[in-house]
Write a protein that binds this ligand. Structure first.
Ligand SMILES: [Zn+2]
Length: 297
């Protein structure tokens, strides 16, 4: 299992079954003092913090054969060295938001507790953040296994974005890179980030400039032909499901829960045009709310 980051592990306090915030360490994992629900480390060293019964049900198209084919295609492309991550020119665009998050984190000063990366995937963003206490959260156990292989000291947690194992108001910094555009339950996800953040905490997120000419060109010239040729998939059909929220919708809903700093475009921040840039990065501060009132509502 490797050395576990104790400061990070101490942040896992909330039971995803009963909502109580008294999860306590025990050999091999954690246990809820109230209902007895257990979190266990799996064979890859990933802490499984899922509830006993699934929460909000996703619509049927996420279980369709078409969607399963797309997920296999994506895995296959990444395994074969997908161009947007492997070639420098494409990386310049595809990781522009990741670099903005790193800059925003550095601007915040010394960290007060671990950075929690929501929808961390295989740890691409965490890998850029350097040696700091970090927790990677994702629903996909295979991605988390890759994260553990890449960064054995990081705490990798399998959990649902809408039902996080962190106590209310306990985190100083959450990040997410190219995740919010995928969330079918976006409002619930934002509300959950708002819940776990401290009053002076920050949520640093980056999303693609969906709808701009840059992504459109990339799909027409790179992703589209590849998906059609190798997997017989139509990129527009895929993106209609994958990028279910465009940038405007993400920002509009985020403003219900957070005060947003001026969005930063990347890689060309001085040309704040959607079409020339590939990402929009935002530092979000939680709006004040009475959590007890909200929980009672
Ligand atoms: Zn419990």
């Amino acid at each position: 299992m490797g050395a576990i980051d104790e400061a990070a592990l101490a942040m896992i306090r909330r039971c995803t079954d009963c909502g109580d915030e008294t999860m306590a360490p025990e050999p091999g994992g954690l246990r809820c003092r109230r209902c007895g629900h257990r979190y266990r480390f799996d064979a890859n060293g990933v802490l499984v913090a899922l509830p006993s019964t699934p929460g909000l049900g996703l619509p049927a198209f996420y279980r369709s054969r078409f969607y399963a084919r797309w997920l296999r295609a994506w895995d296959d492309m990444v395994a074969k060295g997908w161009v947007i991550y492997e070639r420098p020119l494409y990386r310049f665009f595809s990781l522009s938001g990741h670099r903005r998050i790193r800059a925003a984190l550095e601007a915040l000063g010394p960290p007060d507790g671990p950075v929690v990366d929501l929808g961390c995937g295989d740890g691409r963003l965490l890998g850029l953040l350097g040696p700091r206490s970090a927790i990677g959260v994702d629903l996909n156990a295979a991605f988390l296994a890759r994260l553990k292989a890449r960064a054995p000291a990081a705490l990798a947690v399998q959990a649902d974005f809408n039902n996080l194992p962190f106590a209310t108001g306990s985190l100083s910094c959450c990040t997410s890179a190219h995740v919010l555009e995928h969330l079918y339950f976006l409002a619930e996800g934002l509300e959950e980030v708002h819940r776990v953040l401290a009053a002076d905490g920050r949520f640093l997120f980056t999303i693609p400039t969906e709808g701009g000419v840059g992504w459109e060109l990339g799909r027409r010239l790179v992703t589209g032909p590849r998906l059609r040729r190798d997997y017989r998939l139509d990129v527009q059909d895929v993106m209609a499901i994958e990028h279910i929220n465009d940038a405007r919708r993400v920002l509009r809903l985020a403003r219900l829960y957070f005060r947003l700093d001026r969005p930063a475009y990347a890689p060309f921040p001085f040309v704040p045009l959607r079409s020339l840039n590939s990402s929009i990065t935002v530092a979000a501060a939680p709006l004040p709310v009475d959590h007890e009132l909200r929980a009672a509502a």
